[in-house]
Write a protein that binds this ligand. Structure first.
Ligand code: NAD
Length: 305
C-alpha cells in the first residue's frame, strides 16, 4: 500500500506543543499537509502560558521541509485558531481536538475552579474549534474531526470526576457531529488514547511508558482523517500498538406493560432480566432504536403482580 499523504490539506492540531499533539503535528507536517500548531504553553494543570511549546514544533516541522504556523490561543478561543488556518493557508480540512489539562482531586475536595477549568478546556475548547471550522467544512463538503476522550471518561477513574465528565462528553459530541456532518462528507471520530506524556509520566512506571510512545497513536488518527476514510462516529481505544472499537450494548432487558401493574415489585420480581447481556442484547446507535421496544410494551397484557 502506498504511503498516505495529505498534500494541499490544512490540519489544525490543538495542544500540539507536546505529547500526542506534537506527534500528530510532526507526522502531518512530514506528509505534505500545512499544519497549524496550536498550544497555549501552560502547565499540565492549566496554569500559565508561553509561545515556546508551539514554536519548537513549528521550527521542527519547517527544518524537516514541512509547512507550519504557530498559534498560541487557548482552545476556548477556538475561532482564533481556525482563523490562523484561514489567514495563512486559506482553508481547513482536518481538526484534531487534542489540547487538554488535568485537575485531579477527590470529589470531596473538588472546587468549582477545578471543575470549570476542565470542562472549559476539554468541552468548550473542542466545541469552539469545531464550531469555527464547521462552516468551512460544510461549504467545501469535506472535513475530518478527531475528538479526544479517555478511558477515565468511558469507565470512571478515581480522583477524576471533572475529567471523566469532560471526556465522556467528547463521545456524545462526536456522535452528533458525525450524524450532522455525514451528508457533507464531514466525518467525526473519537479516540481514547493511552500514551506517555507529561500527563501520564507521574502515574505509570518507566518500562510501561517506554512502550506507550505518542507515535503509536498517530497511525490510527492518520487513517481516520484521510480523504478516503469512511469511518464516521466511531469510538476507539488506541495505544501501544493496540487499536479497538467500542460500542454501546443494551441488555435484552425487561419489558413490562406500562400501566397500573408496573410497580417496583413487578420490576424486582424480574430484576435478573434487566441486566441480561445474552444473545438478544442490542447495539443501539440512535435514539429511535428504543421505539420498537415501546411499541412491544404497548401491545402487552398487564404485568403479573
Ligand atoms: P500533554 O500535556 O503532553 O499535551 C496537552 C497539550 O495541550 C499541552 O502541550 C498543553 O500545553 C496544551 N494545552 C492545554 N490547555 C490548552 C489550552 N487551553 N489551549 C491550547 N492548548 C492547551 O498531554 P497528552 O497526554 O499529549 O494529552 C493529549 C490529549 O489526550 C488530552 O486531551 C488528554 O486528555 C488526552 N488523553 C491522554 C492520555 C494519555 O495517556 N496521555 C489518555 C487519555 C486521554
Amino acid at each position: 500500500m502506498s504511503e498516505l499523504r495529505y498534500d494541499g490539506q490544512v490540519v489544525v492540531v490543538t495542544g500540539a506543543g507536546g505529547g500526542l499533539g506534537k506527534a500528530y503535528a510532526l507526522f502531518f507536517g512530514s506528509r505534505g499537509a500545512s499544519v497549524v500548531v496550536n498550544d497555549l504553553g501552560g502547565s499540565f494543570k492549566g496554569d500559565g502560558a508561553s509561545s515556546k511549546a508551539a514554536d519548537v514544533v513549528v521550527n521542527e516541522i519547517k527544518a524537516a521541509g514541512g509547512k507550519a504556523v504557530a498559534n498560541y490561543d487557548s482552545v476556548t478561543s477556538g475561532d482564533k485558531i481556525i482563523e490562523t488556518a484561514i489567514q495563512n493557508y486559506g482553508r481547513i480540512d482536518i481538526l484534531l481536538n487534542n489540547a487538554g489539562i488535568l485537575r485531579d482531586v477527590s470529589f470531596k475536595n473538588m472546587s468549582d475552579k477545578d471543575w470549570d477549568l476542565i470542562i472549559d478546556v476539554h468541552v468548550k475548547g473542542s466545541y469552539k474549534c469545531a464550531r469555527a471550522a464547521w462552516p468551512y467544512f460544510r461549504k467545501q463538503k469535506y472535513g475530518r474531526v478527531i475528538n479526544t476522550a479517555s478511558a477515565a471518561g468511558l469507565f470512571g477513574s478515581f480522583g477524576q470526576t471533572n475529567y471523566s465528565a469532560a471526556k465522556l462528553a467528547m463521545v456524545g459530541f462526536t456522535e452528533t457531529l458525525a450524524k450532522e456532518g455525514a451528508k457533507y462528507n464531514i466525518h467525526a471520530n473519537v479516540i481514547a488514547p493511552i500514551a506517555a506524556s507529561r500527563m501520564t509520566e507521574t502515574v505509570m512506571p518507566p518500562d510501561i511508558l517506554e512502550n506507550l510512545k505518542p507515535d503509536w497513536v498517530v497511525p490510527l488518527v492518520a487513517c481516520l482523517v484521510h480523504k478516503d476514510a469512511e469511518e464516521n462516529g466511531a469510538i476507539f481505544e488506541v495505544g501501544g500498538g493496540h487499536i479497538a472499537k467500542l460500542r454501546w450494548e443494551r441488555s435484552s432487558g425487561l419489558l413490562l406493560k406500562a400501566d397500573d401493574s408496573y410497580t417496583p415489585g413487578a420490576i424486582l420480581k424480574k430484576w435478573d432480566q434487566v441486566g441480561k447481556f445474552d444473545k438478544n442484547a442490542q447495539y443501539p446507535n440512535g435514539v429511535a432504536d428504543f421505539m420498537g421496544l415501546l411499541e412491544a410494551s404497548m401491545k402487552m397484557g398487564p404485568n403479573d403482580k
